[in-house]
Design a protein around this ligand. Structure first.
Ligand SMILES: CC(C)(COP(=O)(O)OP(=O)(O)OC[C@H]1O[C@@H](n2cnc3c(N)ncnc32)[C@H](O)[C@@H]1OP(=O)(O)O)[C@@H](O)C(=O)NCCC(=O)NCCS
Length: 140
């Protein structure tokens, strides 16, 4: 499978992105209602960075980042389609985010079941609950 990554496009195809949200249970089943479309895409358009993973023109995964681009960055909405998991795409998405702001602190909130995934990428738990993880800023 030839997966390509895009670090520039924020305006992802809303219907494919919504399908990803449905596939992980973050949106209810069914098509994206027209009245939700603008609000659904706004967080992505307004993020500092969006990285997406593509199998041809099929969206296989995506992640977005809010960052001051130097000191503090937060990861949101990391999603890999169930059909594409276990092939390094989640890792590829997060590592591309980190490469954009290499000295930054990185913060992520996640379900406890995913904390081991982030630990493999250099994050450390802040709380014993394992739901918030951090990579410290390299500048101070
Ligand atoms: C979590 C998620 C993004 C992982 O994506 P993925 O593409 O399957 O992950 P990768 O293939 O890149 O895995 C990278 C490494 O982490 C490991 N890994 C992946 N998910 C893991 C998990 N939940 N727990 C522990 N290890 C995990 C892999 O085995 C792999 O290990 P390796 O480098 O030693 O081979 C994906 O399962 C997903 O989209 N889940 C639903 C949405 C979600 O919960 N997102 C996280 C929000 S914070």
């Amino acid at each position: 499978m030839n997966i390509t990554y895009n670090d520039e496009r924020k305006d992802l195809p809303a219907d494919q992105l919504h399908e990803l949200f449905v596939s992980v249970g973050w949106s209810p089943d069914g098509a994206l209602p027209d009245e939700w479309r603008k609000g659904f895409m706004q967080p992505w358009r307004n993020s500092t960075l969006v990285v997406s993973a593509w199998d041809g023109d099929r969206l296989a995964g995506a992640v977005r980042v809010l960052s001051d681009t130097i000191f503090r960055s937060v990861i949101y909405d990391l999603l890999v389609s169930p059909a594409y998991r276990g092939q390094g795409i989640g890792k590829g998405l997060v590592n591309r985010c980190k490469a954009h702001f290499p000295n930054s602190e990185w913060l992520v909130g996640c379900d406890k079941k995913n904390s081991e995934f982030y630990k493999k990428l250099g994050f450390r738990e802040i709380l014993k609950t394992g739901e918030f993880l951090v990579i410290p800023c390299k500048l101070f």
